[in-house]
Design a protein around this ligand. Structure first.
Ligand SMILES: [Zn+2]
Length: 408
């Protein structure tokens, strides 16, 4: 068995105070910091032991030993909201937007989500799988060990299935990041169904989701519930179908306008509702009294030059807050989760324990995986991540630098 002993870690963040909790109001104790810490890690079995370097059990002192003096070690990061299944880029649209072009002008010039949909629909499954594999490798360099991956740029049955197949193929090619897949057929309303939404709703509920369930192509179903996208009633219908088929629920909500999506997510027992730039006070209390995670995506707010989500209000009310990249070609182009953490410090007013919990344990909660990812304790999976220094903020204090390569 291939085992590595990381020892003499100046600051070992274990998250031991979060394990088994709902991830609310993280504080310094939650991080379970051990100075001069050690982790015994097996690629196959995950964390075999974590504690003080002087207390490594004799039976585990076999394997490669790495001296981690001068380093902080974290549980593998969790990016719980990404859209990696796409072809093409939208650099031209970005420059037009920054020079003042309107949404209509951009659409007229062939930009917007539909340009990505056109390219993705034409991409072959192997091409998509190659693109996603490269994106997994990139996420891994930033310390991500568990990543959620959505379809949603297919916007018709076969292209959605092809995207989900490509996600599966990529996860087999690159195994250093654990992938959980989400069917986001309800990303936007396809142009050809604009006047005939019910037909598209039936296609999702009676064709796409049952096929995805039968072929085990996704773990979650997501809906973009917002102004100009899916209504509350449509979202409820998709969620009800998805639940019956055995999917866990995730939601894009209250980003462009307050539509009451946070309340619906809490009511339906969704694992998370994501964005929340415009969440109302009643949405905040609904989340605080539910186990639905509030996932904030500060990279998207930055890229769209929107005011940030009310992180303090959510955390102080008792909601569990996770942080994710929302990596996608239109509204957030980074996979650098440590940079997202920096934005949480700069723009969301989150404390260090809240931020670290947000990219580890609480991210895992948003995927229903907090029993196996997001902590460094026996039985947990995901290689540890390292940064230079001796304080848990080290990973996001160095602006846009990301994680260190594994010191092996
Ligand atoms: Zn998204």
């Amino acid at each position: 068995m291939e085992t590595t002993i990381y020892k003499n870690i100046d600051c070992l963040v274990t998250n031991s105070g979060l394990i088994g909790t709902k991830g609310t109001r993280p504080n310094e104790d939650s991080l379970g910091i051990i100075s001069k810490g050690a982790v015994v890690f097996s690629k196959k079995k995950g964390v075999l032991w974590a504690g003080r370097s002087s207390a490594i059990p004799r039976s585990l002192r076999i394997g490669k030993t790495v001296d981690c003096k001068g380093l902080v070690a974290y549980p593998g990061f969790v990016d719980s909201h990404t859209h990696p299944a796409f072809d093409g880029d939208r650099a031209k649209e970005f420059s037009m937007r920054m020079e003042g072009a309107t949404y209509q002008e951009i659409a007229h010039a062939g930009g917007g989500i539909l340009s990505t949909v056109n390219k993705t629909q034409k991409a072959s499954a192997p091409k998509l799988a190659d693109l996603i594999t490269k994106r997994l490798e990139s996420a891994h360099r930033y310390g991500v060990r568990l990543m959620e991956a959505k379809s949603g740029y297919g916007l018709e049955k076969h292209a959605e299935l092809r995207s989900l197949n490509a996600i599966q193929a990529a996860s087999k090619k690159f195994r250093n990041v654990k992938i959980r897949a989400t069917c986001l057929a309800a990303h936007a309303i396809p142009v050809e169904y604009k006047e005939n939404r019910d037909t598209w709703m039936n296609e999702i509920c009676e064709e796409i989701l049952p096929t995805v369930a039968r072929r085990s192509l996704a773990d979650y179903v997501d809906v973009f519930c917002d102004e100009g996208y899916y209504t509350i009633d449509e979202s409820r219908k998709i969620f009800t179908t998805a639940k019956k088929l055995g999917f866990h629920l995730k939601m894009h909500g209250d980003e462009l306008a307050n539509t009451g999506s946070a309340e619906l997510a809490a009511e339906m027992g969704a694992l998370s509702v994501d964005h929340l730039l415009k969440v109302s006070d009643s949405g905040v209390s609904a989340l605080a009294s539910s186990s639905t995670v509030a996932t904030l995506l500060p990279g998207t707010a930055l890229f769209l030059r929107e005011p940030p989500a009310p992180a303090r209000k959510l955390i102080d009310s008792g909601a569990c807050v996770a942080l994710a990249s929302d990596f996608n070609p239109g509204s957030c182009t980074t996979q650098n989760l440590p940079f997202i953490a920096t934005l949480a410090a700069l723009h969301l007013g989150m404390t260090c324990p809240e931020i670290i919990a947000g990219i580890t344990y609480n991210g895992a909660r948003a995927l229903g995986m907090a029993g196996t990812y997001g902590a460094l304790a026996e039985g947990y999976m995901g290689e540890p991540v390292f940064a230079e220094g001796d304080h848990p903020a080290a990973i996001y204090y160095r602006l846009a630098q990301g994680a260190l390569p594994n010191p092996l």
